[in-house]
Design a protein around this ligand. Structure first.
Ligand SMILES: NC(=O)c1ccc[n+]([C@@H]2O[C@H](COP(=O)([O-])OP(=O)(O)OC[C@H]3O[C@@H](n4cnc5c(N)ncnc54)[C@H](O)[C@@H]3O)[C@@H](O)[C@H]2O)c1
Length: 248
């Protein structure tokens, strides 16, 4: 068990990549706090692990929700060793000038500002503990952008760079910060990225990935495990492409 006695917070853990991370981390012995806008989904994700996990509603774009969730994690499990900032959203694939301001704000609030809120809530807890790992889920979108996703791509570029900025600043505190950059994955979010979920569009996306398939929640969870557990102990500021070669 590679995460025995570790306490991990996973945002957006009700479905998709986040749920995959919850399952892998719990199997590896971590106590897991599952946060999501979808309260029922968060609780259902935690349920199989009994007292070693709990789920609660948290809008990661709201400072108060984030503070409350981190306080609850510390109250229940005494510390936070690992934070996975995974919750994310996008505007539907469309020309950049057709995305309205409210949608732009929502994308940046959920994908980027959430990391600001979590840094404020979690860094003091990790500092007090003398260690910690923060993994932000960025994207290949921030490295090799696709058309029609301009504002989402920019938000993920910010996540990727923010991870390096945090890494260099928090290294003296024993806190590592890395990012994952997944390629398109078969989650409920995929239709938003493709614009229309048709067999032709899926074929087009798959054709852009040298290894010839979409990513899976297990691919992303395995990479998160590698960075969070002991084998990753000297890795910080890494933006790990989990992309079957898309960024080559
Ligand atoms: N699926 C892909 O193709 C892909 C590729 C690269 C990166 N990503 C990134 O991976 C992460 C997970 O994506 P996914 O594909 O699993 O998406 P998903 O839509 O399947 O799951 C996202 C989860 O986050 C939750 N969520 C959304 N907004 C939230 C908020 N404000 N507060 C709390 N929870 C919120 C949703 O309720 C949902 O359960 C996102 O950051 C996404 O940008 C996805």
């Amino acid at each position: 068990m590679r995460l025995k006695d570790k306490v991990a917070i996973v945002t957006g853990g009700a479905q998709g990549f986040g749920l995959g991370i919850v399952e892998t981390f719990a199997k590896e012995g971590a106590k897991v706090v599952v946060l999501d806008l979808n309260e029922e989904g968060a609780k259902a994700a935690a349920k199989p692990y009994g007292r070693k996990a709990f789920g609660m509603k948290c809008d990661v774009s709201k400072a108060k929700d984030v503070q409350r969730a981190v306080a609850k994690a510390v109250e229940r499990f005494g510390k936070v060793d690992i934070l996975i900032n995974n919750a994310g959203t996008s505007h539907r694939n469309r020309p950049m000038l057709e995305v309205d301001e409210a949608t732009f704000d929502r994308v940046f609030d959920v994908n980027v500002k959430s990391i600001f809120h979590f840094a404020h809530a979690v860094v003091p807890v990790m500092r007090a503990n003398g260690s910690g790992v923060i993994i932000n889920v960025g994207s290949t979108a921030g490295l090799r952008p696709r058309p029609g996703l301009a504002w989402y791509n920019a938000s993920k570029g910010a996540v990727n760079l923010l991870s390096k900025s945090m890494a260099v600043e928090l290294a003296p505190d024993g806190i590592r910060v890395c990012a994952l950059a997944p390629v398109a994955g078969d989650t409920p979010l995929l239709g938003t990225f493709m614009g229309e979920d048709t067999p032709e569009m899926r074929k087009k996306f798959v054709a852009s990935i040298p290894m010839g398939r979409l990513s899976t929640p297990k691919d992303i969870a395995d990479a998160a495990l590698f960075l969070a557990a002991d084998p990753g102990h000297f890795l910080t500021g890494v933006v790990l492409e989990v992309d079957g070669g898309r960024c080559i």
